[in-house]
Design a protein. Structure first.
Lengths: 333, 143, 146
């Protein structure tokens, strides 16, 4: 009898230590690698690359390497001012919600790349997590009780409504082309961009990513010269640092998502996969920088017309081509 | 030197305030922020809101109407922050001394609400952009 | 019109003026009293016609002077109408805004700084003085010390 009790206690101990081990492993993934620490550092380095390449394109020198880190450290050291009439909980909670969204997205994508630990429907989870930072921005700025932020909020809402539709349609094109699978690991094996409909969807998604990251020509919400810094106007100190880190982390997660969905992911072997994957990531970031530096800012009504009318029609054509290609087995359509 | 001041010196974000200037100094400040002088090397960036700023570039002799507004902008800048008086008018009222609408140079107005404010002076009418860069770098190196 | 024809045209309204002074070839001063200024301005703006430039106000020791500056672009001639306001207690003059809407703000500025009342002005509110500036203190008058 005593032996059975001993066995049961050993099992319980083993269960406990296993769950504890799982918990530690999960925390490690989320907080250190490939989670918060890794993505934040990678994102700040990527934002330095954006600023440096923009500077070189404009024939100037540009910031030193650690500049984004200095920016974040400096913002943590300033006092945080909250407007008297702002809604405090939402004002302080919105940046954290945005950070959590992009953190989970980045962790998930890197885990799928490294370990192939995907699950069915994870592309839908990824699309949902991608909208969280934009929604958090809208909530945070509307809790600011400032007229400039209110105008910025309205524009950001319209912008989000504009580019979400082409984004989802483009992913539908990809899902059709890869045979109806909803799992990122399976989609990342193929390269849908090497076909007409896939290339169309890729280019339109690139522009939607440009809007989501808040880059010119779609940085309407944070239009500095027009709105006195728009949506983030009332944020200062540590909360602003959270927003800046969130934007930097989006610079990691979103091109990575594009690489996995359209360009065939990181591949399975270690060193060649890493090199080609990083190469594809750099290609997308360079495209973003070039579009950013050669275009003026558009008005919100121009942006809406562009995304709904032109991109919508182009994607409708792409979906039809993809369906035709799928049914008749023509690969390049 | 604490890490806050060290990081402030590495990445000073500027906000431009005009308290009744003739606009010459404002034009020179806008010239300063063009790619020709490339102040992004020093981490300097123009921000659109005083809540994001570390340094206020104040131009103009402070008129009676602008004085409470300048104080409000200073209050909304998170400390630690530096106030730069750009131009002769901001340093000591310049040619407008004794006029009916002048309530005093910038440091008098700022010290009314914060006697420990950090204020730096860049004289000139208007100061060249090189002079403003030199003033900013010198002021930050003494912090 | 060349300069001579302009001089002849300006002489048509001589009965409302005190004097016409020609300081240089392209600089003409017309002097009149405040009561006639509306009619002369209307003549200069509509009948000659000249381009309105600006209005200035001067505090001379015994009177106020309002100067209306006009330009004749064909010859580069500047024509200035000097209107004398003799009453220093309650200086008043007719506003030219009814036929010249562009003069609205400059007359508000003269009212703020010199205290001259413009009759028939559609919107004689404070323009350039600070919100907390005391009423009745006109800073550009000679007696106001700093």
């Amino acid at each position: 009898m005593g032996a059975i009790f001993e066995e049961r206690r050993e099992e319980k101990d083993k269960d406990m230590s296993e769950t504890l081990q799982n918990l530690f492993r999960l925390l490690f993934w989320i907080l250190i690698f490939p989670g918060f620490l890794f993505t934040a550092c990678f994102g700040l380095i990527a934002s330095w690359i954006v600023r440096k390449v923009s500077a070189l394109v404009q024939w100037r020198v540009g910031p030193p390497f650690f500049q984004p880190f200095y920016d974040v450290i400096k913002l943590m050291g300033k006092e945080t001012l909250i407007p008297q009439e702002a809604q405090r909980t939402v004002f302080m909670g919105a940046p954290l919600v945005g950070l959590a969204g992009v953190l989970l997205l980045s962790t998930m994508l890197w885990r799928i790349t490294i370990d192939q630990t995907a699950f069915v429907g994870d592309i839908i989870v990824a699309i949902y997590l991608m909208t969280l930072p934009s929604l958090a921005l809208i909530f945070g700025s509307s809790a600011s009780a400032s007229p400039h932020a209110a105008v910025g909020t309205g524009r950001e809402m319209k912008l989000v409504m504009s580019y979400e539709l082409p984004l989802v349609l483009a992913f539908i094109v990809v899902i059709i082309k890869t045979g109806g699978q909803l799992s990122l690991a399976a989609i990342a094996q193929q390269t849908p961009a090497l076909s007409i409909s896939g290339m169309l969807a890729f280019l339109i998604t690139l522009l939607c990513i440009q809007a989501k990251l808040g880059f010119v020509p779609f940085d309407i919400a944070e239009a500095e010269t027009e709105l006195g810094s728009g949506v983030l106007m009332e944020y200062s100190g540590a909360l602003l640092a959270v927003w800046k880190v969130t934007q930097a982390m989006m610079l990691v997660a979103l091109p990575l998502f594009l690489v996995m969905v359209f360009l065939g992911g990181f591949g399975t072997s270690l060193w060649t996969g890493l090199l080609t994957g990083v190469g594809k990531y750099v290609l997308i970031v360079v495209l973003l920088i070039l579009i950013k530096n050669t275009n003026p800012r558009v008005r919100i009504d121009q942006a809406m017309k562009f995304f709904w009318f032109y991109c919508g029609i182009a994607l409708a054509v792409a979906i039809i081509l993809a369906l035709v290609g799928n049914t008749y087995g023509i690969g390049w359509l | 030197m604490s890490w806050k001041i060290w990081s402030l010196k590495k990445s000073p974000w500027v906000f431009h305030v005009n308290t009744g200037a003739c606009n010459n100094c404002d034009i020179e400040i806008v010239n300063l922020l063009t790619p020709k002088f490339d102040v992004e090397r020093f981490g300097i960036k123009l921000v659109g809101s005083p809540r994001h700023a570390d340094a206020l570039l104040v131009t103009g002799v402070v008129t009676r109407q602008a004085a409470p507004r300048l104080q409000e902008v200073y209050r909304q800048t998170p400390k630690p922050c530096v106030v730069f008086c750009i131009g002769a008018c901001a340093c000591h009222t310049g040619i407008f001394r004794g006029a009916y609408h002048v309530v005093g140079p910038v440091d008098k107005i700022i010290k009314e609400i914060d006697p420990n404010a950090i204020i730096a002076y860049v004289p000139g009418c208007p100061p060249k952009p090189e002079a403003v860069i030199s003033g900013v770098v010198k002021a930050l190196s003494t912090l | 019109m060349n300069q001579e024809e302009l001089n002849n045209k300006l002489a048509e309204i001589k009965d409302k003026l005190i004097d016409i002074e020609q300081k240089a070839n392209n600089r003409i001063y017309l002097l009149c009293e405040a009561e006639n200024s509306y009619a002369v301005n209307k003549f200069l703006f509509e009948d000659v016609p000249l381009r309105f430039v600006i209005t200035t106000g001067i505090d001379s020791d015994d009177c106020f002077e309002i100067l209306y500056h006009y330009a004749y672009d064909q010859t580069g001639c500047m024509v200035t109408l000097k209107a004398f306001i003799r009453d220093r207690e309650k200086p008043a003059i007719e506003s030219i805004t009814p036929f010249l809407p562009a003069a609205e703000w400059i007359e508000r500025e003269i009212h703020d700084t010199l205290g001259i009342d413009f009759k028939n002005h559609p919107n004689l509110r404070r323009l350039i003085l600070a919100d907390d500036w005391p009423e009745g203190v006109y800073p550009l008058r000679k007696e106001v010390k700093r």
